[in-house]
Design a protein around this ligand. Sequence first.
Ligand code: C5P
Length: 227
Amino acid sequence: MKSIVIAIDGHSSTGKSTVAKKLAKELEYKYVDTGAMYRAVTLFAMRNNWLQNGKVDESKLVKNLSSIEINFEYNPEAGTNDVILNGENVEKEIRAMEVSEHVSSVAKIDEVRKKLVEIQKQLGEEKGIVMDGRDIGSVVFPEAELKLFMTASADIRAQRRYNELKEKGEDITFEEVLKNVKHRDEVDSNRKNSPLIQSEDAIKIDNSELSQEEQFEIILNLAKEKI
Ligand code: C5P
């Protein structure tokens, strides 16, 4: 079996991480959720009060970037990797709605991207990896052997995310989630640095009408063709 890089990009809440995790497990590959890394930096800024009224204090965050250390640690219960921010497991905190509200503003900052992209490249040096995000096929691994671009209608994505958050006990409305999904699409797609785009050689998967199993089958078959 050949070791390859599988890049999964796409819009917010398209189930990229769910399918990426499953694929990595099936192929015995490493899995890296790059959104979690941007979320961890956002949490760090929030804890330092560098984020207020939707605005990031960019210069404070950039000045202190060297004091942010991000690692992944295997969680045997979940069978996946948790994000570790300066030695603390923040997997739960980074999924909160408040982090989702600010993360796209933080992800726009050039220095933040530079730092995280460097770590991502190192993680994928030996291949045998499934990485999901927004710029994996376009910037982090332009040479990836398999590139997927996932999308679905905003309503369907918001409904899925709303159900997830409700299950976790978040006090939130569907409208708030829909607004956030659309806002992140807008910011992620229109930023100057590494915007969310479908690379020419990426295969588009619209999963609006697909079950998780159907989608997994399609993606697994695409991967097997390359391995
Ligand atoms: O994947 P997830 O929805 O957790 O990502 C959170 C946010 O992080 C995205 O909305 C985007 O602003 C940012 N992101 C990014 N580049 C990546 C991964 C995530 O800009 N490779």
